[in-house]
Design a protein around this ligand. Structure first.
Ligand code: DX5
Ligand code: ZN
Length: 231
């Protein structure tokens, strides 16, 4: 029997937008076909960079109804889960490598009323999350080292995307497999063909060309990739 088509979603990463004109960037991406927005929270400890906190999430929440995917690149996700959920985050994605650990992070995010994502860096094996899949709404496979936009995609993570997809499907879960870092129309095809369903795109949406045309090319790429499954 044919497998039902998966829902594929594009989530522009606001880190690559002009922060002085963030509302315009959000609305332009929404008009261009964005399905969600990805917001990168960095604490200067877990990653060597700093970005923003719940106040900015609240401001973005006020200009769009699309889901907000909050990528917590911070050491203590349990401490901030409630604040980001209250600010309007729909999914809170913690890192399994952060100091709070998986069990406490999952519990804190659920208790805050948000959907739960678990992220793994390129050098972290999928085994670190495999047994948690049943309790997750998203597995985020990082395809660059977290910390900065505009890095090159690491193709060596593709087998991990495939492994995550297979475990999620086998468990009957509907969790997204998210891919983040260096996504372009070319790398999006590869990620989709390995089973990714949620595509975070920063520079490829907001740098060069128009946001609408950039999203259009990415959409074609993920649709094409998903029809050519690579095992
Ligand atoms: C990197 C962030 C990414 C980043 C992606 O640490 O997690 O979300 O903004 O940007 P691009 O798509 O330019 O690699
Ligand atoms: Zn991110």
């Amino acid at each position: 029997m044919a497998r039902p088509a998966r829902t594929l979603r594009l989530a522009p990463s606001l880190l690559s937008a002009d922060f002085a004109h963030l509302a315009e960037a959000v609305l332009e991406a929404e008009r261009g076909g964005a399905d969600a927005f990805h917001l990168d929270v960095m604490d200067g400890h877990f990653v060597p960079n700093l970005t923003f906190g719940p106040a900015l999430v609240r401001s973005v929440r006020a200009v769009t109804k699309l889901p907000l995917d909050i990528h917590l690149m911070i050491e203590r996700p349990t401490k901030f889960a409630e604040a980001f959920a209250k600010a309007g985050g729909d999914t809170l994605v913690f890192h399994v490598e952060a100091s709070d650990g998986v069990e406490d992070s999952v519990r804190a995010i659920r208790a805050a009323g948000a959907a739960v994502g678990a992220a793994i860096r390129p050098d972290t094996p999928f085994d670190r999350v495999a047994s948690w899949v049943g309790r997750l709404d998203q597995v985020l496979v990082m395809s660059v080292m977290p910390g900065f936009s505009g890095q090159a995609f690491r193709p060596e993570v593709l087998p991990k995307v495939r492994a995550a997809r297979d475990v999620v499907d086998a468990s009957g879960s509907t969790a997204d497999i998210s891919i983040d870092g260096g996504i372009t129309p070319e790398t999006a095809v590869a990620a989709a063909s390995h089973g990714a369903t949620f595509f975070v795109c920063g520079n490829s949406v907001f740098t060069g060309g128009t946001v609408g045309a950039n999203l259009g090319r990415l959409r074609e790429a993920i649709d094409a990739g998903a029809t050519r499954e690579v095992r």
